[in-house]
Design a protein around this ligand. Structure first.
Ligand code: EPU
Length: 438
């Protein structure tokens, strides 16, 4: 298992290219299970979770080919990743087994597409994870309303459709509000249902919009995506198309905070500030300067950081996926900040680790009270989940001395080449292998 060694205290300065969105790419790749012919996806980042989805699509009878980038190609994100072609070659397979679902919860994205197209789906039930229980009841309820029948057996959800799914009007929200992947799963299935489906209480995240745009290119008839009410007119079939995924707004937000926490100056390329309005609002309140030029964002920070109140909310509110990273920044603000988590109330595993680095964060239920300190100190800390790990990297960049972060495979699941990108703008960060460490 790899670890990061970060020597803190270096101002970041320079330019970073933001990758394509992981959370857009995963459900979009799953949606390709419904298309006839080849779909070509561009901007797909190279990440562990993408490798897992490739493997799952292979198990489900897809031919998945990652091309090398074209020689001299420019403007395709940081790694100049070549396109990914996905073609369904065998429609008889319909199982997402535990061995893959346990490594990536987003495997649940295949449920709607496989069920709608192949009439049967067996998906291992994703267990809880470091950020909470994460049930999938809303996915199943939505698909049931379209006429699918479900039962569970030996840890698997087994869904079956007799004939064709039937469109209807349904409410899709739950106790914590809308569900992103649940909306996408039901929206995908509804594209091949008979008649009209209306999803009320749908998630409005840009990743839902991106998937709807892909489906429409494939021949689906979806309107209202990006609003809480999505209408889908069912069609007989979908065909392969070409699509570029949106920039990763969470990676972009993480680098905005990296600029702020190191009192640095970063230019972020290939990103969309329109997807980060709530994040920019909170950062500006903290004292961060953000300026937009074409597809580029320039971020720099004042020396004094103001404390703020922040509550995570469904889009367009502040994203839960940036809560931990903002908390790392607020650890160094001049006063008391209050951070409330409304999406995953237990998503606070980073609190203990930030406190080991000298932070003063007290958790009370789904709220954390952050008393700003003058400095953080390097320590040996443990990555627990993707975004908590990113928060520890940010803290390490500014901490006095050396920070060692163990289990960085969590980061590799969702941040493409994070250490190369950081080193290129002045960070001192080294990846070490546990064996080499001794
Ligand atoms: N929920 C239910 N029942 C369901 C589904 C969700 O009660 O059937 C609850 C969840 O427990 C949570 C809330 O609804 O309290 C919202 O969860 P949501 O379904 O929106 O989460 P998700 O779709 O499973 C995606 C991202 C997460 C991100 C959340 C919220 C992907 C692959 N995952 O998960 O990303 O935190 O939306 O924005 O897109 C990450 O990238 O680190 C990550 C965890």
């Amino acid at each position: 298992m790899d670890s990061f060694l970060i020597s803190g205290g270096h101002r970041l300065k320079g330019s970073v290219e933001i990758s394509g969105s992981k959370n857009s790419a995963l459900p979009i790749m799953a949606a390709c299970l419904m298309a006839e012919g080849k779909t070509t996806l561009k901007g797909i980042p190279r990440l562990l979770d993408i490798d897992s989805m490739n493997k799952l699509l292979g198990m489900l009878g897809c031919d998945v080919v990652r091309h090398e980038p074209a020689e001299g190609a420019g403007g395709d994100g940081p790694a100049l990743n070549g396109p990914l072609d996905i073609t369904v070659v065998d429609e008889n397979r319909c199982e997402a087994p535990y061995e893959i679902v346990k490594t990536m919860r987003a495997s649940i994205c295949v449920l709607g597409p496989v069920l709608a197209k192949r009439k049967k789906a067996i998906v291992s039930i994703p267990g809880g994870c470091a950020i909470g229980d994460r049930p999938v009841d809303l996915h199943v309820r939505g698909l049931q309303k379209l006429g699918a029948e479900f039962h569970t057996e030996n840890g698997n959800i087994i869904g079956e459709v007799r004939g064709r799914l039937k469109g209807c009007r349904m409410y899709l929200g739950g106790a914590q509000g809308p569900t992103v992947l649940g909306t996408i799963n039901v929206m995908c299935a509804a594209t091949l249902a008979e008649g009209q489906t209306v999803l009320v209480g749908a998630a409005c995240e840009p990743e839902v919009v991106d998937c709807a745009n892909l489906l429409n290119k494939m021949g689906a008839k979806i309107t209202g995506h990006g609003t809480p009410e999505v209408q889908i007119e069912g069609v007989e079939s979908l065909k392969g198309c070409e699509h570029r995924v949106i920039p990763d707004r969470i990676e972009c937000g993480t680098f905005m905070i990296a600029a702020a926490i190191t009192n640095g100056e970063l230019e972020l390329k290939h990103c969309n500030l329109d997807h980060l309005v709530a994040v920019a609002d909170r950062l500006e309140e903290v004292g961060v300067n953000i300026c937009r030029e074409n597809g580029t964002i320039r971020v720099s920070s004042a020396r004094r950081l103001n404390p703020v109140e922040m509550t995570t909310q469904p889009y367009p509110g502040f994203p839960t996926d940036l809560q931990a990273q903002l908390m790392a920044l607020l650890c160094l603000a001049d006063g008391i900040s209050v951070v409330t988590e409304r999406i995953f109330p237990d998503r606070f595993l980073h609190v203990g680790e930030l406190n080991r680095m000298g932070g003063r964060v007290r958790k009370e239920g789904a709220t954390a009270v952050v008393q700003g300190v003058r400095e953080l100190q390097g320590a040996n800390v443990m990555a627990s989940d993707l975004r908590a790990s990113a928060a520890l990297v940010l803290a390490g960049l500014v901490a006095k001395g050396t920070t060692r972060i163990d289990r960085v495979y969590h980061i590799d699941r969702g941040y493409e080449k994070i250490e190369q990108k950081l080193v290129a703008v002045g960070a001192q960060i080294e990846r070490i292998n546990e064996k080499a460490w001794g």
